[in-house]
Design a protein around this ligand. Structure first.
Ligand SMILES: [Zn+2]
Length: 294
């Protein structure tokens, strides 16, 4: 473990007045060497023009503090559903929005854009997956140094890609193979039915079905719900059904060395928990009272 390169951070905000410079400052205040932003609110499409986002100041501060730009992640808005085969307008809007997010991600010099694969809305699942693939093939191109990381989902409602087989099906059918990969979310795979008590077996399966070389980033979250519940409710590290030791096994897994690991755990008493969680992760020691005076 001595040579393990721990790359850990959290979701941080990107908002007025300091925008990206503020994001980097927030990440550094938690002791992070990686982080993830949304380029605007995840639930809507209002976006500040990137020229106003203090991108160069943010990059300068990140580089001065040894944050490798390859370990900074962008997350696409939740509204995008390329798998919507019910409503052609939603598909069209999703595609336009994804194209503009790829452009924005590139403007931030960020190289990985995490995307939720969407939902079939109880229409034909295969057709929905095929439309997702078409959308990716329309949106991706070699003009940008941006890869899309398809996120593994919990399977809430009719969410796509709640198993490695569907993820593999999508990846195999994307034309630009150098522009597509995966974001593995620990809460989502737990809720989808993968057993994190035996994470090495889960990784073996992932490697066989999808290929470990396709894994670009991990979301590290505990889960409020039991394995297989298909719920998707994140819990703070060590306080959920996955547990601290299982998450440490993921974070420090030899096969995941050099991959960025991003916390998306819930705020505690209205405040970000990340500084405390990252310290516990670095110490590999759980303190169940860590938020008692928080
Ligand atoms: Zn996500």
């Amino acid at each position: 473990m001595e040579n393990y390169n721990l790359i850990i951070g959290s979701h941080v905000s990107m908002s007025s007045p300091n925008y990206y410079l503020g994001s980097v400052k927030e990440a550094l205040s938690y002791g992070s060497n990686a982080f993830m932003i949304y380029t605007g609110a995840p639930q809507n499409i209002k976006r500040t023009p990137t020229e106003k986002c203090k991108i160069n100041e943010g990059i300068k501060l990140a580089e001065e503090n040894n944050i490798n730009l390859n370990n900074i992640i962008c997350h696409a808005p939740y509204l995008i559903n390329l798998g919507n085969i019910k409503n052609p307008n939603t598909y069209k809007l999703s595609l336009d929005l994804l194209k503009s997010e790829i452009q924005r991600t590139s403007d931030f010099h960020i190289k990985i854009l995490v995307l939720h694969p969407g939902a079939s809305l109880n229409e034909d699942r295969k057709k929905s997956l095929d439309q997702l693939i078409n959308g990716l093939n329309e949106a991706l191109n070699n003009d940008y140094d941006v890869k899309i990381a398809i996120e593994t989902m919990a399977g809430k409602g009719s969410e796509l890609c709640n198993n490695f087989e569907e993820v593999a099906y999508v990846l195999k059918n994307v034309k630009f193979q150098n522009k597509i990969g995966v974001c593995l979310d620990t809460c989502h795979i737990n809720d989808a039915g993968y057993n994190l008590n035996n994470f090495d077996k889960v990784l073996d399966d992932f490697d066989k079905i999808v290929g470990l070389n396709k894994l670009l980033v991990l979301h590290i979250n505990d889960s409020k719900n039991p394995i297989g519940s298909r719920k998707d409710r994140h819990e703070n590290i060590g306080f959920g059904t996955i547990g601290f030791n299982n998450l440490i096994n993921v974070i420090y897994n030899k096969r995941l060395n050099n991959l960025p690991k991003i916390l998306e755990t819930p705020y505690v008493n209205g405040k970000p928990p990340y500084k405390i969680e990252i310290k516990m992760i670095k110490d590999k020691k759980f303190d169940k009272n860590c938020f008692s005076d928080f």
